[in-house]
Design a binder for this molecule. Structure first.
Ligand SMILES: C[S@@+](CC[C@H](N)C(=O)[O-])C[C@H]1O[C@@H](n2cnc3c(N)ncnc32)[C@H](O)[C@@H]1O
Ligand code: SF4
Length: 468
């Protein structure tokens, strides 16, 4: 059942919260929300119906005066969502790990509260728990991440460079990213790279003209190492910025060869991803990920010869996996001991081939994420960035961990909006951060390779204007 709000502006956020309470299944209640504003006083009323019964829940708030209209709207929304959380929690006797927070990045949300002077830094955890019903554990996670992000420098002249290779050897059934299977675009790859290089060369002129300083570089996807060594060499030879952090998200181990790693090393790459997702081979078959454990181990051993910082991605909640299987994946990961580990929680989006009803072991998934966060910390890893996506099982999160001094600043910049990003290629979304005005603008490229190639002049023209 859909929630019905007097002010439709709040309906989407409220519905997201309802969906989390009922795990994306149909809500058994009819819910109507009414509001009454009188000066700075605000009355929120929820009418909740079930069968012939209709219950009324009322709450009054006071909104501070002399604040700008956008902030006022966001405060009103927060109050209504908190009220809805209280109502649903009392009706269902359930709590959610992230309380009433939806549609925000929790670490950025907390940082903004501090920056706006709404709370003192040492009260972040307490405020999240008391005012937003966030669990103690997740509030602690936010505080730890913010501490581990202390190296962030905000400066509008610093930019990150992102290049997208939205192509994969084959498609994994859980994946919701826009990426084409190589066989469907094989005849377009060279043309795509030519366009990408053109876009890059034009943006290099803008970078020089505006005296931007490229701080971090990230080639993501898709699977960038689906490209041949020659194609990688051609692309990377155009990237000449002397940065201390340059990531290539290799991803699938079966695409990694010595020849390709030579090319990456020679061209200044410092960090790569080799992603197992799971070390259970039965699961790998089930999720249609054509890559084996042996390939991951071999690629990792090879990468160690080059001294790259290595990141490994895993996913909690892959179809059919129970806690014991996930636990084994974590222990194998700890044996390998990569510098970075990213723990994702499965997100079930329409763009993937799996559907909600296939996710059977929801309680196990909560246990998996709790276990991963605990055991990684016990083994010397620290959390340093985090994000939540819609439709993540159990309303959980994705967390990046590092050991020693190896945070990926690009990941922090992306999630905390601490740097502009010049993003190139199909599906890439550029971002311009105006830190003094506390404002962000975004500029997307076409999502699909074919459109990107045919509209490349337009993409370049828009991007130049956007960054000038
Ligand atoms: C943009 S993907 C690219 C990585 C690379 N192609 C690979 O598969 O190894 C980055 C990561 O997102 C995660 N991911 C993809 N689809 C997901 C989903 N539906 N739910 C949770 N995590 C997902 C995976 O862990 C993946 O490694
Ligand atoms: S998870 Fe990675 S390899 Fe699999 S389809 Fe998505 S982007 Fe491609």
């Amino acid at each position: 059942m859909k929630i019905c709000c007097q002010n439709v502006d709040y309906e989407k956020d409220m519905q997201d919260l309802v969906n989390l309470f009922f795990d994306e299944e149909d809500c058994p209640f009819s819910i109507e929300h009414l509001e009454e504003k009188n000066g700075q006083s605000l009355k929120s009323t929820f009418l909740v119906g079930s069968g012939d019964e209709r219950k009324k829940f009322e709450k009054n708030f006071v909104i501070p005066d002399k604040i700008d209209s956008l902030l006022e709207k966001s405060l009103i929304k927060r109050n209504f969502k908190n009220h809805l959380y209280e109502v649903l929690s009392s009706l269902t006797k359930k709590t959610l790990p992230w309380g009433s927070l939806t549609g925000v990045r929790p670490t950025k949300f907390a940082r903004d509260l501090v920056d706006r002077g709404e709370i003192k830094p040492h009260l972040i955890s307490e405020t999240l728990v008391r005012e937003y019903y966030v669990s103690q554990e997740k509030a602690k996670l936010v505080t730890q991440i913010l501490q581990n992000q202390k190296s962030i420098i905000k400066n509008d002249k610093l930019v990150d460079l992102f290049l997208n290779i939205p192509i994969c050897p084959t498609r994994c059934n859980y994946c919701s990213f826009i990426s084409s299977e190589l066989k469907t675009v094989a005849d377009k790859v060279d043309k795509y790279l030519d366009c990408l290089i053109r876009e890059l060369e034009e943006m290099k002129k803008v970078i020089a003209e505006k005296s931007y300083i490229v701080r971090n570089i990230y080639i993501g996807g898709g699977t960038p190492t689906v490209l041949t060594a020659q194609q990688l060499e051609k692309l990377l030879s155009h990237i000449t910025y002397p940065v201390s952090e340059f990531t290539v998200e290799c991803g699938r181990a079966d695409t990694i060869t010595k020849e390709k790693l030579n090319v990456l090393k020679k061209n200044g790459v410092t960090r790569i991803s080799i992603n197992p997702q799971t070390f259970c081979e039965a699961t790998l078959k089930r999720i249609g990920r054509k890559s084996t454990n042996k390939e991951v181990f071999d690629a990792y051993m090879l990468a160690m010869e080059y001294d790259f910082v290595v990141n490994m991605d895993i996913i909690a909640g892959l179809t059919g996996e129970r806690f014991a299987t996930f636990k084994k994946t974590i222990s194998t990961l700890l044996e390998l001991y990569p510098q970075n580990i990213t723990v994702h929680t499965l997100s079930v989006k329409n763009a993937s081939q799996i559907r909600g009803e296939e996710i059977k072991f929801k309680n196990d998934i909560t246990k998996m994420v709790e276990y991963a966060e605990k055991i990684l910390v016990e083994n010397g890893y620290k959390p340093y960035y985090m994000y939540r996506q819609k439709h993540q099982v159990g309303g959980l999160e994705n967390v990046g961990f590092f050991r020693d001094d190896t945070v990926c600043r690009f990941n922090i910049d992306s999630m905390e909006d601490t740097s502009s990003v010049i993003a190139l290629g199909a599906g890439a979304i550029s971002k311009r951060v105006f830190s003094i005005e506390n404002r962000i603008e975004r500029q997307p490229n076409c999502k699909f390779i074919e459109d990107y190639i045919s509209r490349i002049d337009e993409m370049i023209e828009k991007k130049i204007k956007f960054f000038l």
